[in-house]
Design a protein around this ligand. Sequence first.
Ligand SMILES: [Zn+2]
Length: 436
Amino acid sequence: MVEIDFSVYENLPKYKEITTQSIYVSNKFEKFHPEGIYSEQIFGPLENNRCQCGKTFGKINNGKRCEHCGVLCASSDLRSKTFGKIKLPEGIYVLNPIFIGTLSKTFGPFAVKNVLNKSKYHDNKESPYYFSMEKFKIVKSSRLRDDEEILEEYPVFDISSLKRCYDKVIELSKENEKLKKYIETHINNPKILDYIFLNEIPVISPSSRPIIKINNNAKSIPHKISTLYIKLITNKKNISDALFKENSDIFGYTVFKYQEKIMMIYDEILESNFKKKESYLRESLTGKTVEFSQRAVIIPNPALKPYQIGLHEESVKKLFLPEILHFLFNKFQEKDIDGVGLSVVEFIQKTYNMIGHGKKLEIPNGLFLEFLGKYINKLDTVIERQPTLYMYNIVAVKIGKVFGDNDIPKLNKDRIKPQFEADIKNSITKTLENVT
Ligand SMILES: [Zn+2]
């Protein structure tokens, strides 16, 4: 059996509530909305020991909440540990997806499945289920004996009525020994009883559902889980009218909608726990193939813009080998440069020699600079920063600077020399091993 972490539910009253579907304060994608799904006020600061407005910072202020922006001056690790919550409207409960199995075992699997089926709603309303005090299951009214003892006041036809009936059964089980035993054998941990139905939905920490900014902050892509949470909040805004029509079909259907969203959120969380982070990377970056990858130490450089990265020229030559070859091929076709255009075979021979000797692409400096001048703004690089706890651990960046060995005089050149990897296929890995 899967171990369930009850602390998430036990601490629900303490979690701060997310109340708006807006992610940012403005459409400039800069400040996270204080009440939104990535809020620094709710989940902790983006930067270590620095509040959102920047007025409270430094180790001295660690643990202090900024009076101006309300963000705690603390470690940004908080963003990987802190939960939030979304409160459903008063009196509306959904079934906790984790415990549907437990409730099904107790009340009868087929019946519970039927009650949760939106398309059976009308049928169930006309001919509801009742809890049988003899079978300890919910039974369709048409299948009950005339003299069967049932909880007549608690017909079950949708999620809300299921909750009312469930509460009554739990209440009765405190006095009815037989029922008590029955519940105990089916629900082995008494803690579960309090969390089978939820009015507050836990929101997992932002680090486990990162948001990605691309194209110089022109676009921002929230994780699928965040999008689902946002949909839940949007749904909530639509409910106030429906609430007034309690007992009406709109009410019943609205709760079904919630239930669907919450099932989707739990599914997605479960799935993303199993999914490798790479698959998320691919999915979020419009499915581009990562051709070559490289491992290196990231050193801060204030001269670069936040969306830029500096790369060693050797890195550029290897990471963008296909682009460079394409450039060269076009170049060699220009008659005014080389006199005659090369055939493909000749081109391959020529570039093969370029790679062959120094075990790296020996492209003449002038040509390399020309390549950079033409393509540098078009080359997208994806960096994945370890550890994965940091919010922007996967970002797409532009190349802002290409440096050579002479630009790193104070550092041990051998240690800073990039190590290469290629993912995709073994054949490429092999080729690269030969090259490097
Ligand atoms: Zn502040």
